[in-house]
Design a protein around this ligand. Structure first.
Ligand SMILES: [Zn+2]
Ligand SMILES: [Zn+2]
Length: 423
């Protein structure tokens, strides 16, 4: 297998700012930051062909998932099947615009823009090298949208909703449900093959090399572009290669993160006080809050589902706010604790954030499926909006937090760098 002399000579890690010389990489290899272990480059075998295959099959599966019945539902002699499209049209036609837009964005708009952009890119690499303007836009979309893809969370939401309904009705999985599972798996596969440094190298060529040795970019008087991995002279405001604005450390990172955290805590209050769902059964309407729903499931004996909702809607959002606040605090007043542990906490926080959306998806699925007038129907409550806002705000808070600030206060590293200089 041939070596790729494809990348520039050095790149700065976007998590710790450490300059890494890029060795010749073989296909199938992963290159990690030598300082913090963050994966900087993954070189996949036959990546273009595999992205093409996974992306196109994902689109095909989505088309199948839209064409046939999705779930069947029968109770007291009433039988219904719903399609995925029906799910959306019920939400929109009944005036649940917020929930309808969240579902459309999470299930269709973001994934479709993502898939079409990456497929266009891979196609243009092979056939049309001149469409550089469009290529640049597509790479940006691919990188920006990726954290907001939530089809896997939605799939878990479906399963939770089905357990919730299990005592009320018999549920059957129809053809489209399995196609939807295929769509989710293939979309995740496509995501796993995409590497932003690879994309930028293909679209805009190798970045100019700076004469840097070792240590952090800041110490060397250069800036690592966190968007494409290029290293730039410190006076630059925009990246030569990708055009993104660059900075040595994100300006006002801590204060923006703190502001977003305060806002998310404030909006978490109405999310818990107001009902997230209203259930009508035989003419009686009963509102239920997030905690009310958890307690009800617990009393009915559905312990695993009660725990999933408790974890997703209460524990994860609060733990996220707490850990990010602690990390901001640590940037201001560093402790003796190892930076590796803080970075691990940051990575976990960033990873679990979107799973909080499960309960919103559960409400959306129940609303669209359980519509039988006074006999039994489910409506979304006002808390859906504030809860979604809380999840989005905490995700933005994690994105505005600059993890390089944690390393800046790392005493061990400062010592090792000064030792290296003395040598
Ligand atoms: Zn690193
Ligand atoms: Zn760049």
């Amino acid at each position: 297998m041939s070596h790729f002399a494809f990348y520039e000579n050095v790149t700065a890690c976007e998590e710790c700012d450490f300059i890494n010389p890029i060795p010749p990489l073989k296909s199938g290899e992963r290159f990690r930051c030598q300082h913090c272990g963050h994966v900087l480059i993954s070189v996949h075998r036959q990546v273009a062909a595999r992205i093409m295959a996974a992306g196109l099959s994902s689109l095909l599966m989505l088309a199948l998932a839209m064409s046939f019945p999705f779930l069947g539902f029968s109770t007291n002699g009433i039988e219904r099947t719903v399609t995925l499209f029906h799910t959306l049209s019920v939400l929109l036609s009944q005036g649940h615009l917020v929930l309808g837009s969240i579902i459309s964005l999470a299930l269709f708009v973001f994934p479709l823009v993502y898939l079409f952009s990456i497929l266009f890119l891979v196609w243009s690499f092979q056939h049309k090298p001149i469409l550089n303007f469009a290529q640049r836009y597509c790479v940006r979309w691919v990188v920006v949208i990726q954290p907001w893809l939530m089809v896997d969370v939605f799939l878990v939401g479906i399963l939770v909703a089905l357990v919730k309904m299990n005592s009320l009705a018999d549920i059957s999985f129809e053809l489209s449900f399995w196609a939807f599972c295929g769509y989710v798996i293939l979309l995740l596969k496509t995501e796993s093959l995409v590497d932003k440094r690879w994309l930028w190298n293909k679209v805009a060529g190798k970045a100019d090399d700076q004469s840097v040795v070792t240590g952090t970019a800041k110490e060397q008087g250069v800036i690592g572009c966190h968007f494409c991995g290029a290293t730039l002279a410190a006076h630059k405001r925009h990246c030569n290669r990708c055009g993104h604005s660059v900075y040595s450390r994100r300006p006002k990172s801590l204060s923006s993160t703190a502001a977003l955290l305060v806002a998310s805590l404030l909006i978490y209050i109405p999310a818990n006080v107001f009902p997230i769902m209203e259930t009508t059964f035989l003419g009686n309407t009963e509102p239920s809050t997030i905690m009310g729903g958890v307690l009800l499931l617990w009393s009915l004996g559905s312990y695993p589902v009660a725990l999933i909702i408790l974890l997703a809607s209460v524990v994860i959002p609060l733990a996220k706010v707490l850990s990010l606040s602690w990390l901001c605090w640590q940037c201001h007043f560093p402790s003796k604790r190892l930076t590796e542990q803080k970075i691990k906490l940051y990575r976990i926080t960033e990873f679990v954030g979107r799973w909080s959306m499960i309960d919103v998806f559960v409400v959306a699925i129940l609303t669209s499926m359980v519509q039988m007038g006074n006999f039994m129907s489910i409506l979304p409550g006002t808390a859906v909006l504030s809860f979604t806002a809380m999840v989005v705000l905490t995700m933005l808070a994690a994105m505005t937090f600059d993890p390089r600030l944690l390393w800046d206060k790392d005493e061990a590293r400062t010592v090792s760098v000064s030792e290296r200089r003395e040598e």
